[in-house]
Design a protein around this ligand. Structure first.
Ligand code: SF4
Ligand code: SF4
Length: 362
């Protein structure tokens, strides 16, 4: 039993928990004044280990607001570029308060080789980062050679800033991509200048600070069985956290969260941490079975009961891994879980639909 770490060739830095904004939907609980952050040396070491993997191709810088790292961010992007890696920066565009400022900063980013830039834009960012900043950053990023320029839009049923609003605001007919879009359904055509300009949508998840939002702001998932899916990211796309810990994924902040906090990269090599994690029964259970099935397993093996109004798989995972007793139940039953995982793995390898197994695992 083992997952292949880095198998997608993507590695992420959650560079800091500090931010210029305090969005009420922030999954990472970031805000001004929080000081944990990675330095250049930590990122350099991680990039060195990552580039030893033969399919390594993309390093993502996200946060918090990564631009608060100043020169260390630019040095890390340059270092990754010199290692032939593509780089993506996710930012709230607080630095784009005028078109000139935006152009100057985008120039710096391009000079160190940044290939992809994502701007977060929605109702929850707007009180902290005016829409004018987004327009400035967007205009400054056009025609300067990025592989992609993305507007990352997270919205609920009552929100004003959705893809149609953004198209009208910018006066552009941009394609929409979501994490659930099938590749065939998206027009991935690049514009004439060679860049893929797009809106990336996601629905709000009730995790992090978003737990305090009114439930009317979320798109409910009526049939909760639809959330019964395996997680294809866990350990496959690992993350280095602002504390220098390895997280299994970037779905939720995982420092000191059982299962998903894989270890301290200040004390151990990343390779060692990931090798251990890839053999962990519960990490494998997330990969082959998913958090929904694990919640069911806990319910069948204890008196713990979970709510039934989840909005997404990561939300389930957050509730599950944040419940110390539930994790104890899973650890105490590792042997039987390992058997189920082996069976699902066997079916997957043979190309047999794993749905056949669902009835037996509940
Ligand atoms: S959602 Fe983004 S911009 Fe908003 S507080 Fe969190 S990290 Fe900062
Ligand atoms: S389901 Fe869990 S392991 Fe997978 S990405 Fe979400 S939080 Fe991470």
């Amino acid at each position: 039993m083992s997952i292949i770490p880095f198998n997608d060739g993507v590695f992420s830095f959650v560079t800091t928990n500090g931010c210029t904004a305090k969005c009420s939907h922030c999954l990472m609980n970031c805000k001004p004044g929080l000081k944990h952050k990675l330095n250049f040396e930590q990122m350099r070491k991680a990039i060195d280990q990552f580039t030893r993997k033969k399919n390594a191709h993309l390093v993502v810088f996200t946060g918090g607001e990564s631009t608060l790292l100043g020169e260390d961010l630019l040095r890390a992007i340059r270092y990754a570029t010199l290692k032939f890696l593509k780089t993506r920066l996710v930012t709230n565009a607080h630095w784009a308060s005028s078109l000139e400022r935006a152009q100057n900063y985008v120039k710096k980013l391009r000079e160190v080789g940044l290939t992809e830039i994502d701007f977060s834009v929605d109702d929850y960012h707007e009180p902290f980062v005016p829409l004018d900043n987004i327009r400035n950053a967007w205009l400054a990023s056009k025609g300067v050679g990025f592989d992609s320029v993305t507007l990352a839009n997270s919205f609920g049923p009552k929100d004003k800033i959705n893809p149609d609003f953004i198209r009208e605001y910018l006066g552009e007919d941009l394609p929409e991509v979501s994490s659930t879009s099938s590749p065939d359904s998206v027009d991935l055509k690049r514009s004439e200048d060679g860049t893929f300009y797009n809106i990336h949508t996601s629905t709000l998840q009730k995790s992090g600070r978003a737990e305090d939002l009114d439930s009317e702001q979320f798109i409910g998932v009526e049939n909760q069985e639809l959330l019964d899916c395996a997680c294809k990211w866990v350990v496959v796309e690992p993350v280095l956290s602002p504390l220098g810990h390895m997280w299994a994924c970037c779905g939720i902040p995982a420092d000191n969260i059982p299962i998903l906090d894989l270890g301290d990269a200040n004390k151990e090599r990343i390779d060692t941490i990931l090798k251990r994690a890839s053999k962990d029964v519960l990490i494998n259970a997330l990969y082959y079975l998913g958090p929904y099935k694990l919640c069911k397993f806990v319910e069948e093996h204890s008196d713990i009961r979970f709510k039934r109004n989840f909005g997404g798989a990561c939300e389930i995972c957050s509730v599950l891994t944040g419940n110390k007793k539930a994790v104890e139940v899973l650890r105490a039953n590792e042997k039987s879980l390992a058997a189920v995982v082996q069976a699902v793995r066997f079916l997957k390898e043979k190309g047999i639909p794993t749905g056949l197994l669902n009835k037996n695992t509940r």
